[in-house]
Write a new protein. Structure first.
Length: 688
């Protein structure tokens, strides 16, 4: 492909793009391009993903004998650790610091912070009964209450436990409460913020597990704590933390997750937080497998009939309970897995706390029958009294997700930069694994559905062996074209500027417009969610549960489309022109599989996966994230492995910030350096 033509086209289109975070073109097609699929059709994405989840649930059965269970148990443990990126150092100094103390009626509350990972500090409240002890202790984890540990329902658990002779450590979840990006500015730690941790090879779920394991380390270091009797509890997202961390940490003797246990199957196509996502979870177990890890320890689940979240419906919890109970029976402790249902809405209610006290009394104090008992009356405190720091005066050691992801990402970049020659074949194999497309070669086009032409555009849909239907529009010049351009826009085909299409037509190029999964006619109404969630939040989570990535799915779809174009029209060259994530997917395709594309024009793509700024983090969708991409080598390495003519127009940061001037020159040097280290044939151009 003539490089000059690519540069001209990239520059021409640059004037048609809007620099705002929406990513829409200034000159979208006012007269909408024709549709391919019929109106009022079923949600094809939703039905396919739900079906895959049902099949996965059916395959994840637990053994009927202890010998086989011991083998599977260790496998599940190791898979959880690997898939969530858990790395805990129990020998790391806790560096416990106290900032305040409040004397209550019969107990004291200390405002503290401590180190959970190298350079990572958690804020917490420590509730301590009066007396010498030793007292049984409980780690208390909060859900998605904006104020974190300060919320009334969360601190109520601490007050109640302390009044009843338990030490309680209530910890702010990473990115929440006093661990938000800006101290005192409570934020939702999910969506793209929490999902950004995947790019550094970690997960929000995994970081929370580490935090809570270190909370146990802290409790065990205190002389007034009974080290043999540690419990865990939490509601909603806090119950989810309870389930995962206590399943892995056998120092927890009894655990009580509230309104949180369901099935992995029901989480697919749900809108739950990314802290409740185990990437690849349905490829190796189901919720029952995690619950079974508790045996022979004690576990009690409380769910509510009026819960509005389908993942937490009592019926879903009961499915997991029934499948996990036989493992407890094999251990001879069938009564150690329990549940209780309340006619309540979502939350940690007084009824839950009464059940909690009876449960912990039995298993942590060896008192009572385990039945619910009344609380000792207590009073909650104004939030400012339980804050570890005065508003805006947080110790810099306590960082939020943004600073953490940025710092870790930059360290991964430095490590890769310090390396030597790139092992191309190895890096391609690694990238396939990261994209989760190792078996994509088995996917094929099963049928091409052709429909009548409209406005000069041929309409067709490719049905694939993986159950997809990919809508295409085809423009064929009167003279057989030597070049075909495949165009994909993340706002669907009507986001493509008319002037760009006219430019392609004047070049006598054949044109294929493709709408990737989640975009245009291939979108899912299930992804139209509340405003604080990222685009493709639901779809991205669903794919990850099933052991896929949206980016990998887009790579696969572009591969099939390019193969169709080459087989059907036999062009001399295929150019892919992609906007935002679509362009990045095409680059990854070129990096892992040669010969599918001959040249790339990428519009508004990020130059690096390193976290940029919090303010406009939703510029790209949640589908852009690739678990472990920064430890692997970043976008510059993908460009080097592509061996292709590559033009990047209007390059951006991961938050959609325009890259130009000296910063762009530095990126040019980085890309050229990686191209040289990889002995690559890529010819690269940036156009502002």
């Amino acid at each position: 492909m003539n490089k000059i033509i690519l540069l001209i086209l990239a520059s021409t289109y640059a004037f048609c793009l809007d620099a705002r975070p929406s990513g829409f073109a200034h000159e979208a097609n006012g007269d909408s391009l024709p549709n391919v699929l019929p109106a009022n059709r079923a949600d094809l994405l939703d039905s396919r993903l739900r079906k895959e989840a049902k099949l996965a649930y059916a395959t994840q059965q637990l053994p009927s004998n202890l010998e086989d269970w011991k083998i599977l148990r260790e496998t599940i443990r190791q898979e959880i650790i690997a898939h969530s990126g858990i790395k805990v150092d129990h020998s790391l100094p806790l560096d416990l610091k106290e900032t305040g103390s409040i004397q209550m009626d019969g107990y004291t509350i200390k405002n503290i912070y401590f180190q959970t990972a190298p350079g990572v500090y958690a804020t917490a409240n420590l509730y301590i009964p009066d007396g010498k002890g030793p007292f049984p202790a409980v780690v208390n984890m909060h859900g998605h209450w904006r104020e974190g540990k300060l919320a009334e329902s969360v601190q109520s658990v601490g007050h109640s436990l302390a009044k009843n002779g338990y030490v309680c450590l209530t910890i702010d979840a990473f990115g929440s409460g006093e661990r938000a990006t800006t101290h005192g500015d409570y934020e939702y730690h999910g969506a793209n913020l929490g999902a950004s941790l995947m790019n550094i090879g970690e997960s929000l779920l995994g970081v929370q597990v580490v935090d809570n394991m270190r909370a146990v380390d802290l409790l065990l270091s205190l002389p007034f704590v009974d080290k043999e009797n540690i419990g865990a509890t939490g509601a909603s997202g806090g119950g989810n933390q309870t389930m995962w961390f206590a399943a892995l940490d056998e120092r927890i003797k009894a655990a009580m997750p509230i309104v949180s246990v369901g099935t992995f199957e029901s989480a697919v196509m749900g809108s739950n937080c990314v802290c409740e996502l185990m990437p690849g979870g349905l490829t190796f177990t189901e919720s029952a497998g995690v619950l079974a890890l508790y045996a022979p320890r004690a576990l009690k689940m409380c769910n509510h009939h009026k819960d509005s979240n389908p993942t937490f419906y009592p019926a879903e919890m009961l499915r997991s309970y029934e499948n996990a109970k036989p493992i407890f029976q094999l251990h001879g402790v069938a009564d150690n897995i329990q549940y209780e249902l309340f006619d309540l809405e979502h939350g940690y209610a007084p009824e839950d706390r009464r059940a909690m006290l009876g449960f912990f009394d039995l298993y942590l104090k060896e008192k009572g029958s385990g039945e619910a008992r009344d609380e000792v009356p207590f009073s909650t405190l104004a939030m400012e009294k339980l804050m570890v720091f005065k508003l805006g005066e947080r110790d810099p050691k306590v960082m939020g997700i943004a600073d953490y992801a940025r710092s870790r990402g930059q360290k991964h970049k430095e490590t890769f930069r310090a390396g030597g020659a790139v092992e191309r074949a190895q890096k391609r194999d690694e990238l396939r694994k990261l994209l989760m497309i190792e078996n994509s070669s088995g996917s094929s086009i099963q049928n091409v559905h052709a429909y009548s032409a409209v406005q000069g555009w041929d309409r067709m849909a490719l049905s694939t062996s993986s159950g997809k239907l990919i809508p295409l529009l085809h423009w064929s010049p009167t003279v057989k074209p030597k070049t075909y351009v495949v165009v994909s826009h993340m706002e669907g085909k009507n986001g493509i500027s008319t002037s760009m299409l006219e430019e392609f037509k004047t070049k006598n190029w054949g044109i294929i417009l493709v709408e990737l999964s989640g975009t245009g006619e291939a979108s899912s109404p299930a992804d139209l969610l509340r405003g604080d969630l990222s685009q493709f939040h639901t779809l991205s989570r669903a794919h990850l549960w099933l052991g896929k990535t949206m980016m990998g799915e887009w790579v696969e779809e572009i591969r099939l489309v390019s193969s169709y174009v080459r087989d059907k029209f036999n062009p001399e060259q295929i150019i892919f022109d992609g906007h935002k994530e679509a362009g990045l997917a095409a680059l990854f395709l070129a990096a892992v599989e040669q010969g599918k594309l001959d040249a790339l024009i990428l519009r508004n793509v990020p130059l690096s996966y390193v976290f940029d700024r919090r303010e406009t983090i939703e510029f790209f969708s949640m589908g852009i994230h690739v678990p472990g991409v920064l430890p692997w080598g970043d976008i510059s390495l993908a460009a080097a492995l592509a061996d292709i003519d590559l033009t990047i127009a209007q390059p951006l940061s991961m938050s959609g910030r325009t890259i130009s001037g000296e910063e762009l020159a530095a990126y040019q040097d980085e890309y050229n350096s990686v191209i040289e280290r990889s002995q690559s044939r890529t010819k690269l151009s940036f156009t502002p």
